[in-house]
Design a protein around this ligand. Structure first.
Ligand code: DAH
Length: 342
């Protein structure tokens, strides 16, 4: 019994330490241990020499050993079916490691929040192409070819066809919508835009905007102000102040830029608000009559307002992101900070 037990211990060590490298190794293992002239058969034969009173215990030991060998062989055999797979000391039938679940990008989180707020006011979501033609991006928006305001936005043109460009603003979607739809129109248009800017903490060659367009009878500047005021309160909280400053955009008349009280310093003055206590978050105005006429909408009957805001800017104020490059570097240490945001 003792001799047998000691022998089996040695074989066990041998078997557990064995790592086949290929299908031939597995077959060699089978022949050596489980073949008709293999070790297990031999040991069974040796049972004859075991005294009768120890036969039971010895049989049990041998059986355990046989099971171990068979189990090992089966896991090797499973592996050798996958041809050249490296065969290690691994049970391949175990479930795999689950992959960690990703998180929403902060810009997606904020875009979603903006959409939800405007949807409550009855705005529908509209989208347009990122590769645009001159007409939808500029012409229809009242920027004729020689208009100096085109220089405000450095445009990427498509090499193969200079009639195409990467849209410089989501205002192009206003054109796409008015081409398809007649008033009443109430849409917001989220999307990516491109400008030929040198990449830095404060500028990037692509970023994201949300455009708004509301055209109907009797739409007034008061509607514009109240809509945007509601948005700010919902987005940034009830204590946030707003102010409108007269501005100029070719597609609106009159035009205004909207500032909110700086959330970073609470209005006391910091680098984000350039020590003014206010930060600009969007451009807006009453849709220019010429823009309406471009889509056969009668400006004597209909009026409208429009606005455009940068999602990165909103995100910066909400989550204090101070470098635009972080949004596209996809560093998981940055991205993982927004898991609880939605
Ligand atoms: N398109 C402008 C920009 O990219 C933003 C803008 C200003 C959009 C005024 C509008 C608007 O709809 O009315 O800078």
């Amino acid at each position: 019994m003792e001799q047998l037990a000691a022998k089996l211990e040695n074989y066990k060590k041998e078997i557990l330490g064995f790592t086949p490298q290929n299908a031939e190794d597995v077959e060699a293992f089978r022949i050596k241990y489980l073949g008709t002239k293999g070790l297990v058969k031999n040991l069974m034969g040796e049972m004859k020499q075991v005294p009768a009173e120890q036969k039971r215990a010895a049989g049990q030991l041998l059986n355990e050993f046989k099971l171990l060998v068979e189990e090992r062989f089966q896991s090797f055999a499973l592996l050798s079916n996958t041809a050249s797979a490296t065969i290690g000391n691994t049970d391949w039938s175990l479930p795999g490691n689950s992959l960690p679940i990703g998180t929403l990008h902060p810009l997606s989180v904020v875009r979603h929040q903006i959409i939800t707020i405007f949807q409550r006011l009855g705005f529908a979501v509209a989208e347009g192409p990122e590769i645009e033609d001159d007409w939808h991006n500029f012409g229809a928006m009242n920027l004729p070819e020689d208009h100096p305001a085109r220089d405000m936005q450095d445009t990427f043109y498509i090499h193969q066809n200079p009639a195409w460009l990467l849209r410089t603003h989501t205002s192009s979607v206003q054109a796409r919508v008015m081409e398809q739809q007649k008033p009443p129109i109430r849409v917001i248009c989220p999307g990516r835009v491109y400008r030929n800017e040198t990449i830095s903490a404060r500028a990037h060659c692509f970023f994201h905007q949300v455009e708004g367009l509301y055209v109907d009878e009797n739409v007034s500047f008061a509607d514009l102000k109240q809509t945007l005021y509601y948005f700010v309160q919902e987005m940034f909280g009830k204590d946030t102040k707003v102010r409108f400053r007269p501005s100029y955009f070719p597609f609106t008349e009159p035009s205004a830029e909207m500032d909110i009280s700086c959330l970073i310093c609470g209005g006391k003055g910091c680098t984000v608000c350039k020590h003014t206590g206010w930060v600009e978050i969007l451009g807006s105005g009453m849709v220019h009559p010429k823009v309406l006429e471009n889509f056969q909408i009668d400006p004597n009957k209909y009026t409208g307002f429009a606005f455009g805001m940068g999602i990165e800017r909103i995100c910066q104020l909400k989550y204090r992101v101070n470098d635009l490059r972080l949004y596209s570097q996809n560093d998981v240490r940055f991205l993982q900070q927004f898991t609880a945001a939605l």
